[in-house]
Ligand binder design. Structure first.
Ligand code: IVH
Length: 712
């Protein structure tokens, strides 16, 4: 797609554009200049999309990328005539999608025949050799991607349509959502291969790490997790808000050219499947070209499949097998297809990570927010190398929807790193002795009556001092992604709590080590480890503390957003819901919950004790500046700034701990006067205590703060 020379040039161009942007706004004088600048920005952004989403080898930081993107958007806003149909900004559509209309695929999207062992493969190879009359066939072996099938049409080198698989003949048109996936180029030079119209097939997927984060966020919002990345991908493709699709971190791998129309007199297209993959790669798609092997004979195919099964978990995405394809496209044509599958391809399915077991009973666990989770206890069953005996059922609705009963034989699945879940009960195996699952109406731990609000699927114990909740809150606080006090795992927290040694979260910092010494199993070594881990937790970055507090709906990502918006955690006490919602990705529900937390007396008291125990409560960007921060200083801007927007300058002040005022008064410390400053400047001049700065002076002040940060 981009040769090393082009890459070097585009890397340089990116740096140059960033330098230009740092100096001033991307002003373009004439129309010609605007078009040229927009062209450069588009080229650089497109190239960086490819580096990031196709090559997984980013060259720019997120902030740098955002700066280029914002500049292009601003430029296009003032010069709409320069907007190109495939400009990176044009991925983002306007409103919501009302319906996904049905579309006929140019060629039906067939399935694959499945094989599960060497015999199946050998038999298929025998038939293939027989039908072609060849002694040995050349095969391409590539992963079978476990995502959502899509088909894309490119006309005159532009993406014109994206569709789901549907029933194979007719799919749903999802072009606006497909355009959100930045691994899919909006334009691709098929014409350079002599192709006018092309229909290509592939799979939309979510990488395992992104999927895991996604489910963590759902858990923080008390939503049941999605079962696997495949469901997450196919669900994401059908979301009505394309902007939400863009946030899901989807990727796409394209592996099949199902239809193409030659341009007159230009039959340059590839003649092998490997050639197709290479072509797709060179056009800027993510294709299996690098994950594929061309081999001769079925024995090599078998070896390849076995080896791939070993490496399966090391891949960043889920694959559920390998696909073996006859490499020669003319031979493929000759072999043809059934109504169900092509005869020239065969899927080799890995051993299923599923098992069946008996559902013996259901336990009800109370979480840190009081939500009661049903957990199925099943006869231990090995699945994909792990023995599973306990499976979360999430909530009452899930149990009802699946119609699970005690005594059912259940199908259990455990995909990759994903937590195991019950797919369904085997209804045919019921003998009438199965019993309905009864949900408790009182808390199984403290006996308080449970409540269920109409907008939630969880039953909740609202007794905040319920032992289960207190213990779970402490367990969450010390967990790996929060304050990371590892030697204080769930067992110890429970034990210490029961002994009255650890009544609540702040209790961690006043543990009586003399008493712990007397406990069985706590030698000097393990106590020292615990002491060290607790000490270390005092210096954790602020977002870990915020996450560790277990505020409802606040997962790791939200905790980071909050931490970077404040100087000290105490600042959040002054933030109202409206101010919170102005933060990126914080909606009214989350804002409401954060606000409730930081206005609750018990919580504020807890924070006070944590602070006085030496737990870090400050955001990283100022922590090291000590007395040199703008903390406690007040600012007011007037007039026009030339190098930055007023809002940016105000953010800088807040980011350094300063406060903004609306009017000139004796409370004001600094007035920053831009061009054409008027009455406020005059008024400020009359108050001796107000320091008047111009833009350069302000930047210098901020710059000094920054130096302080690095200097420590
Ligand atoms: S080729 C005409 N190659 O698996 C044959 N399919 O179970 C087109 N799939 O419908 C399919 N990885 O959605 C092919 N490397 C791969 C694949 C693959 C995943 C999907 C595809 C297909 C389904 C059949």
């Amino acid at each position: 797609m981009y040769n090393p020379q082009q890459q070097k040039e585009l890397d340089h161009l990116a740096r140059e554009l960033l330098r230009r942007l740092a100096k001033s706004k991307p002003e373009a004088d004439g129309e010609g200049e605007a078009a040229e600048l927009a062209g450069s920005l588009s080229r650089v952004i497109r190239y960086n999309d490819w580096k990031y989403y196709v090559q997984s080898d980013p060259v720019l930081s997120d902030a740098e990328y955002d700066r280029l993107f914002t500049a292009l958007k601003a430029l296009e806003a003032t010069h709409p005539e320069v907007i190109e149909a495939d400009s990176p900004t044009q991925r983002v559509a306007g409103g919501l999608t009302r319906a996904f209309p049905p579309v006929s695929h140019l060629v039906p999207m067939l399935s694959l025949e499945n094989s599960y062992n060497e015999q199946d493969l050998t038999e298929w190879d025998r038939r293939a050799r027989e039908s072609t009359g060849l002694g040995e066939l050349e095969y391409c072996v590539e992963p079978k991607f476990d995502g959502a099938g899509i088909s894309l049409v490119y006309e005159e080198d532009r993406l014109s349509r994206g569709a789901t698989r549907g029933d194979g003949a007719v799919g749903e048109e999802i072009t606006v959502n497909i355009r959100q996936i930045r691994a899919i180029p909006l334009a691709a030079k098929f014409s350079s291969f002599g192709i006018g119209q092309a229909e290509i097939r592939g799979e939309v997927m979510i990488n395992k790490d992104i999927f895991k984060k996604f489910n963590e966020q759902r858990a923080a919002e008390n939503l049941p997790p999605l079962a696997n990345p495949r469901n997450a991908a196919s669900g994401s493709l059908r979301m009505v808000d394309p902007r939400e699709v863009g946030k899901r971190g989807l990727t796409a791998i394209l592996y099949h050219l199902s239809f193409f129309q030659n341009l007159p007199g230009k039959p340059l297209h590839p003649t092998t499947h490997a050639g197709v993959l290479e072509m797709l790669r060179s056009l800027g798609f993510r294709s299996p070209a690098g994950d594929m092997k061309v081999v001769r004979g079925i024995q090599e195919v078998i070896a390849c499949c076995r080896e791939a099964e070993q490496r399966r978990d090391a891949l960043p995405f889920e694959i559920d097998g390998m696909v073996i394809k006859v490499n020669d496209l003319a031979l493929q044509e000759q072999m043809g297809m059934t109504s169900h599958h092509p005869r020239w391809a065969m899927a080799f399915k890995f051993r299923a990570r599923q098992g069946t077991s008996k559902l013996r009973r259901v336990e009800f666990q109370v979480g840190r927010t009081g939500s009661v989770t049903p957990v199925a206890k099943i006869d231990p069953v090995p699945i994909g190398g792990v023995t599973v005996s306990s499976v979360s059922l999430f909530n009452e609705d899930v149990v009802k929807e699946k119609d699970l009963r005690i005594g059912d034989t259940v199908l259990v699945e455990r995909a990759g790193d994903v937590i195991p879940y019950i797919v369904k009960p085997m209804v045919d195996l019921r003998d009438g002795t199965e019993k309905k699952i009864r949900f408790p109406r009182d808390c199984p731990v403290c006996g308080n009556e449970l409540v269920r609000s109409p907008d939630e699927s969880a039953w909740r114990c609202v007794n905040a001092s319920c032992k289960a909740q207190v213990v779970e809150r402490i367990v969450h606080f010390v967990s790996k992604d929060a304050m990371d006090i590892r030697s204080l795992g769930e067992t110890n927290v429970k034990k210490f709590y029961d002994l009255g040694l650890l009544p609540d979260i702040p209790g961690i910092y006043s543990l009586d080590f003399d008493k712990l010494k007397e406990l069985e199993g706590f030698g000097p070594r393990s106590l020292q480890n615990l002491r060290d881990a607790i000490d270390h937790s005092r210096t954790q970055p602020l977002h870990r503390l915020i996450y560790g507090l277990g505020i409802r709906y606040v997962g790791e990502a939200t905790a980071k957003t909050l931490a970077s918006a404040v100087h000290d955690i105490g600042d959040l006490e002054d933030w109202d819901v409206e101010k919170l919602t102005r933060l990126e990705d914080i909606g009214p529900k989350v804002a409401e919950s954060v606000h409730r937390f930081f206005t609750n007396r018990d919580n504020l008291n807890m924070l006070k004790i944590l602070k006085s125990s030496g737990v870090n409560s400050q955001s990283a960007q100022y922590k090291a500046t000590g007395s040199g921060t703008l903390h406690g200083k007040t600012f007011l801007f007037t007039g026009t700034l030339s190098g930055m927007k007023r809002s940016e300058a105000e953010e800088l002040v807040e980011a350094h701990g300063g406060k903004l005022l609306g009017n000139v008064s004796t409370h004001l410390n600094y007035l920053v006067a831009g061009e054409e400053a008027g009455s406020k400047l005059e008024k400020a001049k009359k108050i001796h205590s107000v320091i008047i700065l111009d833009e350069a002076g302000f930047l210098k002040l901020i710059g000094e703060q920054k130096k302080g940060t690095h200097g420590g």
